[in-house]
Ligand binder design. Structure first.
Ligand SMILES: Cc1ncc(C[n+]2csc(CCOP(=O)(O)OP(=O)(O)O)c2C)c(N)n1
Length: 315
């Protein structure tokens, strides 16, 4: 599968401007990349969260594809129903078009409240792609921690002060949990590596059966970065191996972007206000612990991956 930028630049935008997402929000970039990579008609179900709130303020919408708002907990269940009706109508001959189905949710709607709906839809084997945009907190309601918030990160419910050092519970390994469902395609992506992301969207949509993409999404207010820094943060997450880019096809792991030079984790952390406390001398042990964890997870991933198939950075 070859992603051709020239061809994409000529395609109509399916996610338009004029939305109310924050300046520099990673979600808009992710959704534009996702919809630009789409080749077939699609139906999208979208859980409550920043994306839904920011892109569909009544009576306006940024979506130029059929779009259903779901509750926080059931984006995957909603698309399961739509996909089932579609299959029945197709069998009857009432629909002949090849339509694809996408469910989208934030980390709160995916790692936490929507996990049962996601797990159920994966287990039943629906033909759909689930996309989690992971900004590592409940951003839409005031930056509360989620089970995806990074270990050591500041959120409004894991404050930093005399007592607290940020979130003291580790990030839930959702991609691993999804892979354990034995689905045909699962991957991690980030919008700073657009070619990698869009190739994965095309692969996921071409997969028969359930597919899953976990996409890291920089959040300007929640990560305490400047609007112009969000793609830089996304790239640093990959370059430091905090957020490795890989795919799992029928159970086989493959690192899709191998950084030419693995940068120290602090390069990623120091850009963001939510990690500022980790730069103090007093919190050095915590920083070292985080670095050791990233190193161990990266080594484990390399061990699991097909040898020599990882591509050097291409974006
Ligand atoms: C069952 C339920 N609990 C809580 C809420 C309130 N609520 C709406 S959006 C949201 C946070 C969404 O977080 P996330 O899914 O990470 O998306 P983000 O806002 O970060 O895009 C919460 C708690 C709700 N709508 N439904």
């Amino acid at each position: 599968m070859v992603v051709n930028l020239k061809r994409f630049s000529r395609k109509p935008e399916l996610f338009t401007g004029g939305h109310r997402l924050c300046a520099g929000c990673g979600i808009a970039t992710i959704v534009r990349q996702v919809l630009m990579a789409v080749e077939n008609p699609v139906v999208v179900s979208n859980a409550t969260g920043c994306l839904e709130v920011g892109s569909t303020i009544y009576p306006y919408t940024s979506w130029k594809v059929p779009w259903i708002h779901s509750a926080f907990e059931n984006s995957a269940a909603t698309i399961s129903g739509v996909e089932t009706v579609y299959r029945a109508l197709r069998e009857e001959g009432a629909i002949t078009e090849d339509i694809r189905f996408i469910a989208i949710g934030g980390d709160g709607g995916t790692y936490d409240i929507g996990l049962q709906a996601l797990s159920g839809a994966l287990e039943r084997g629906h033909d759909f792609t689930y996309i989690c945009y992971d900004n590592e907190a409940y951003m839409n309601t005031g930056m509360q921690r989620s089970s995806s918030s990074a270990y050591g990160s500041w959120t409004t419910t894991t404050p930093v002060g005399k007592i607290g050092k940020g979130k003291m519970v580790k990030k839930k390994p959702l991609t691993d949990i999804v892979v354990a469902h034995h689905i045909p395609y699962a991957a991690q992506a980030a919008p700073g590596h657009w070619r990698d992301l869009m190739t994965k969207v095309q692969k996921a949509l071409a997969t028969r059966g359930p597919s899953f993409l976990n996409i890291l999404q920089p959040c300007v207010p929640g990560w305490r970065i400047e609007p112009f820094e969000s793609m830089k943060a996304a790239k640093l997450a990959v370059e430091t191996c905090y957020w490795p880019l890989y795919e799992v096809v029928d159970g086989s792991y493959r690192v899709t972007v191998k950084p030419k030079e693995k940068k120290p984790l602090v390069e990623y952390l120091k850009l963001q206000g939510r990690f500022r406390h980790l730069l103090s001398e007093e919190n050095r042990p915590l920083l070292d612990e985080l670095q050791a964890e990233v190193d161990a997870a990266w080594e484990e991933l390399l061990q699991k991956s097909e040898p020599s198939e990882a591509n050097p950075e291409t974006n």
